[in-house]
Design a protein around this ligand. Sequence first.
Ligand code: 13P
Length: 278
Amino acid sequence: MLINAKQMMIDAKDGHYAIPHFNINNLEWTRYILEECQELDEPVILGVSEGAVKYMGGYVTVANIVRGLVQDLDITIPVVLHLDHGTYEGCFKAIDAGFTSVMYDGSRLPLDKNIANTKEVVNYAKDKNISVEAEIGAIGVAKENLDNEDIYTKVEDAVKMKETGIDFLAPALGSVHGIYKGEPKLDFTRMEEIKEATGLPLVLHGGSGIPDDMIRHAIDCGVAKLNVNTDLQIAWTKGVRELLNLDEEVYDPRKVIGAGKANLQQVVKDKVELLRNK
Ligand code: 13P
């Protein structure tokens, strides 16, 4: 069942758990994630970056891969197909192609422009019953200077962004995409303040490499979606590398790609269990 993320995010916030967002890169990953979440009987958000969309062939291809797998594999859990860090144009293309949720990322623009663009995406998405995530502040990559106050989301800016009618918000609170250098420093106080001031379900990007207790704490502070990509990549690559090191004769692509399946599904299982309301 392919649906938007509106209600599941509200339910997660109110129920003190979080929905897993796993990034997909190809048909095989999509299948592994769907099968594991079906086995665990948990809803899932499949996140696709614009880079991954390009890699897989385009928005329509991605939407058809996901719809086809949901149908052919008898997937009955709620599944959301979500554009991750979309550009303005990308959001419209994804919606037209059949994505059920989009993130518009105007975080590197001046706040007014970010808000104006987000509002236009929301207006277009609303008619089609598509959920919208927005970002303010700047969730960076590991090499960026996290001591720079300016990249953290300000509570008053989050309140302004809420007025656009978005369904959930990704504030920048110290997490980064990719591998952390040392321990992440998340600003839980600000997270709680943004939750109280906006009432919106919050999204924690850069979910790989954050210690479990910090993730649970973030859920207590309003996080209702955790985005995970790098942990899946590392686990899958490890499995493939092990096979290639072990077996010099192997050449069947199904065996090579499939060698990462168990590792990837283990990450999915661990994250899903961590995000549940215990
Ligand atoms: P990681 O690659 O750090 O898990 O971050 C994923 C993410 O936030 C996608 O939006």
